[in-house]
Design a protein around this ligand. Structure first.
Ligand code: SF4
Length: 688
């Protein structure tokens, strides 16, 4: 293949467009796509290094069965037969898929259709559960559907941008640059709400270093302040919402009491409240600091409540804005890649089940929700799930209590892993390995954080015997007896079916509708926001996809994190990303220049805590929790509040024998969203 190919970056949820051109040191030069509306040509360090990740060693190049090389026929027959045998003997809920926000929408669609429509279980969940499940649940409670109302341009049009639990500068760098440029041009005020000081705080007018888990108290206090200060949009509340009185009653609190609950200065809280109350064009961006919490859904609704109360939603420069971590977390949400969603944003209502059953001509459709990620692996551990297929993800590193996940994989009767990388902490436990095509070789679509669907186009042939994920899944489905329903010849055919399902018997009650794209020229598809053929903002007219057309205030009450420091584990560990690595580093970890920023796993420690623990900057510390331990390089920094630690989540055992921090994290989850509390685990700290 020659010439220039327009595609998208495979890393974060900003979803930047890139152009791959033949030539250059690695055979291809990757640059930002100046015409893509997410980035207009900009790329961050990770996206700029994509060309150096092509042609890497370490690829899985052919199927493997029981440790030995196999043909595709042998491998696919083995998977189909073993899954069929488990289902016949133990029922459909004895099997599960654990998939990934790295999959393309078409891959996701086929996996979801196979599990929910044909196998007859909803035991398909995704690593996106770790990323934004609380936002999904919060959106559904407030709006009646999983909808991000605004877009990236709103950050440029806002006069106030509030960043909650988001290190946007490192985790969504191109979006941060768009915001920084707008700030330089028009003086946008920025407030960062985050327990630790991050690079994002450099541009902030105010940093509220609140106590971990106190977000609900802060935003409940804001709602009460908006009421007292006459800043409510009472007309909007009356005409377009329900439940305000109950939400306000739950939110009652004085700024001084809120400040104490949040560990903040009362004057700073007052200043934030005053800015929010007095600034019509306000966007509140929130990310993993909100979502990865045992009260993540309530945190989302506490934020959304304040935007509904001021009518600041769906209009230029206004709205609550969840930014997703993964490149295709949104696409996964659209097809039903979460165990508690059916397909095309439909829930497991009897009407929706019957509708999807007819559309798919499904012989055995799942009628109730399946197991969410953490409980799914607990079911693997206790033997309820006997056959598991992991696609494009590395749960032995990325899930909380990762040591237990590893033991669950080791004890599972039958494990299939489809991946492009040969050796990961998860592939080590596979009975069957299936070589998947990687970025640059795959063809399909992704959806970014602003509901924008973009094409990911192939510009390289898959190496060895690697195949697209959708092809692999469809082949297994055919061998299980459902060849007619899975006889896809291309990703375009799958997209057309997915688009048609979104519009099937949709009278406008479901916001996700891309039926207008079903007959579009797939190869030439330009980035487009849904509902198709292109909607920049939703809810600006005050109408919501609920039964009565109104948005719902959700009464929420503050509660602490599930595990609190004690004498044995006196510190609170927060985990997160660093600027130049992606997930478990299977791709970025192999680019030397990306390691020049931060080369090894570390724990950030406040100077007073370091001194009390006899730790020196640059020394080694052992961090322990009730679940595991890690050995990490000590970084002493005043950016870290006393009593709280931060450690990046990227390092797997491939890159650091003792640096994997998710082994420490408690497997506690939000009771509504099932999202794990990756931001708060009680740990101890000592010199190594
Ligand atoms: Fe890729 Fe995200 Fe960087 Fe854009 S901001 S280049 S999508 S990693």
């Amino acid at each position: 293949m020659t010439g220039a190919v327009r595609t998208t970056c495979p890393y974060c949820g900003v979803g930047c467009g890139v152009v791959a051109k033949a030539g250059g040191a690695g055979g291809w030069t990757i640059s930002g796509d100046p015409e893509h509306p997410a980035n207009f040509g900009r790329l961050c360090s990770k996206g700029s290094a994509l060309g150096e990740t092509l042609g890497l060693g370490g690829r899985l190049l052919h199927p493997v069965v029981d440790g030995g090389r196999a043909t595709w026929d042998e491998a696919l027959e083995t998977v189909a037969n073993r899954f069929r045998a488990v289902i016949d003997e133990h029922g459909p809920d004895a099997v599960a898929f654990y998939v990934s926000g790295q999959l393309l929408t078409e891959d996701y669609y086929v996996a979801n259709k196979l599990m929910k429509g044909f196998i007859g279980s909803a035991n398909i969940d995704t690593n996106s559960r770790l990323c934004m499940a609380s936002s999904v649940a919060g959106h559904r409670r407030a709006f009646g559907g999983d909808v991000v109302p605004g877009n990236y341009e709103d950050l440029e049009l806002a006069d106030l941008v509030v960043l909650v639990g988001s290190n946007l500068a490192w985790c969504h760098p191109v979006l941060y640059r768009r915001l920084a440029r707008a700030r330089a041009e028009r003086g946008t005020r920025i407030v960062v709400i985050d327990p630790r000081r991050t690079a994002t705080c450099d541009a902030a007018d105010l940093h509220l270093a609140l106590k971990p888990g106190s977000d609900v108290a802060l935003f409940n206090g804001l709602l009460a302040y908006l009421d007292r200060s006459g800043a409510l949009d009472r007309d909007y509340i009356a005409r377009h919402t329900g439940g305000f009185a109950e939400a306000l009653a739950a939110a009652a609190g004085e700024p001084r009491a809120v400040a104490e609950a949040c560990g903040l200065d009362a004057g700073e809280v007052e200043r934030f409240y005053g800015w929010f109350a007095g600034t019509e064009a306000t966007v509140t961006v929130y990310s993993q600091g909100v979502n990865q919490s045992s009260r993540g859904t309530d945190k989302v609704n506490a934020i959304v409540n304040c935007h509904l109360a001021t009518g600041r939603i769906g209009r230029p420069g206004m709205g609550p804005f969840s930014v997703t971590g993964q490149p295709n977390a949104m696409g996964g949400r659209e097809v039903g890649g979460l165990a508690n969603q059916l397909a095309a944003h439909m829930a497991f209502t009897p009407e929706a089940v019957e509708r999807v059953e007819r559309f798919w001509r499904a012989p055995r459709i799942a009628r109730r929700e399946g197991l969410k990620a953490v409980e799914l692996f607990q079911a693997v551990e206790d033997g309820r799930i006997k056959a598991l297929w992991v696609m494009a993800t590395n749960p032995a590193v990325s899930l909380p209590d990762a040591g237990r996940v590893t033991r669950a994989l080791a004890s599972c009767e039958f494990v299939v892993v489809s991946d492009c990388t040969r050796d990961t902490d998860t592939t080590a436990h596979a009975d069957v390995l299936l070589p998947a095509a990687a970025w640059g070789e795959k063809d399909g679509t992704v959806t970014n954080s602003e509901r924008r669907i973009s094409r990911q186009r192939s510009f390289l042939p898959p190496p060895g015997e690697a195949r697209p994920d959708w092809w692999i899944i469809a082949q297994v489905a055919s061998r299980m007896g459902w060849g007619e329903a899975f006889g896809y010849g291309s990703s375009a055919e799958i997209f057309r079916e997915h688009a048609a399902l979104s519009g099937f018997e949709n009278d406008g009650g479901r916001a996700f509708d891309i039926a207008a794209l079903a007959d579009a020229d797939y190869d030439a598809l330009e980035p487009v926001q849904w509902p198709a053929p292109g909607t920049a903002r939703l809810f600006g007219d005050g109408r919501f996809p609920t039964a009565d057309g109104r948005a719902a205030f959700v009464p929420v009450r503050a509660a602490p994190p599930a595990t609190l420091p004690d004498a044995g584990f006196p510190f609170a560990l927060n985990t997160g990303r660093i600027r130049d690595q992606w997930h478990t580093m299977t791709r970025t970890g192999r680019v030397p220049r990306l390691a020049s920023h931060i080369a090894e796993p570390f724990v950030a420690v406040n100077p007073a805590d370091a001194q009390a623990a006899s730790l020196e900057d640059g020394g080694l510390a052992v961090v322990r929790s009730a679940h595991g331990r890690a050995i990490l390089r000590v970084r002493v920094t005043g950016d870290q509040p006393p009593g709280r630690l931060f450690a990046p989540m990227h390092w797997s055992r491939q890159f650091s024998a003792e640096g994997a921090v998710n082994a420490l994290v408690a497997p506690v989850t939000d009771p509504i969203s099932g999202q794990p509390e990756l931001k708060h685990t009680a740990v101890g700290l000592a010199p190594f």
